[in-house]
Design a protein around this ligand. Structure first.
Ligand SMILES: C[S@@+](CC[C@H](N)C(=O)[O-])C[C@H]1O[C@@H](n2cnc3c(N)ncnc32)[C@H](O)[C@@H]1O
Length: 219
């Protein structure tokens, strides 16, 4: 699906294909899993749920979710990087109720009103037009469906600016309050934004120890 992407999205695809080639698809799980587990607690996923993992990378969280929704549910991982999606599809433990799709977050080829939950781990700040992605998620969610956007790169993480300076692609650097406002302006309901910080006894916290989890119900 790489042909015909707008230049900004094509740049993201190339960059994350390069991350995959360097083995970062699976290794990101090490940094992102502890916070993802906290997001999963908030999601309250049940058997039979239909969950989208947006910007799924190599698919480790999609597989985790597939286990939780059981054979009557489904977990769908979507990513703009075809190399990440190939790695996810070829994983030896890919469950039967997990599907992986290469697509930009702005246009996901899936029927509307399908998903009960959307999780997005460390991906939302890469989307050039975040409002367009919110509209696409509104289309994809069933009534009452909720989004859970987990981001370590936010204005509130003391490492954020140096992290932005190192990245080869543009990102949004918003505060937790700005994410709340973005969701409010887009008409999302029951908005909650939680900020995670490192334990006070950690002398040298990793840059992934801070995170912002924005949660909301479909308009
Ligand atoms: C930092 S990685 C996180 C991957 C995975 N969620 C994890 O925690 O391991 C960000 C992911 O977002 C994907 N991504 C970035 N922009 C995207 C877009 N516009 N549409 C879909 N995926 C995108 C990248 O390809 C990449 O796999």
């Amino acid at each position: 699906m790489s042909a015909g992407l707008p230049e900004g999205q094509e740049k993201l695809r190339r960059e994350f294909n390069a991350w995959q080639a360097r083995g970062r698809g699976e290794s990101m799980a090490r940094h992102h899993l502890p916070l993802t587990e906290r997001a999963l607690e908030r999601m309250g996923i049940a058997t039979g749920d239909r969950v989208l993992d947006l910007g799924c990378g190599a698919g480790w969280a999609t597989r985790l979710i597939a286990g939780r929704v059981g054979p009557r549910g489904i977990a769908v991982g979507v990513d703009i990087s075809d190399a990440m999606i190939r790695e996810a599809q070829e994983h030896p433990d890919a469950p039967r109720n997990a599907r992986f799709l290469c697509a930009p977050a702005e246009h996901i080829p899936w029927e509307g009103g399908f998903f009960t939950h959307v999780l997005s781990v460390e991906s939302f700040y890469y989307y050039a037009d975040q409002s367009a992605v919110l509209r696409e998620l509104e289309r994809l969610l069933a009534p009452g469906g909720r989004i859970f956007l987990l981001m370590c790169l936010f204005r509130g993480n003391p490492n954020a600016q140096s992290w932005v300076d190192k990245l080869a692609v543009p990102v949004h650097l918003r505060s937790a309050e700005e994410y709340r406002e973005l969701l409010r302006e887009a008409g999302w309901r029951d908005i909650a934004v939680e900020v995670f910080t490192p334990p006070t006894d950690d002398p040298a916290p990793d840059e992934h120890a801070w995170a912002c989890l924005a949660m909301a119900t479909r308009p």
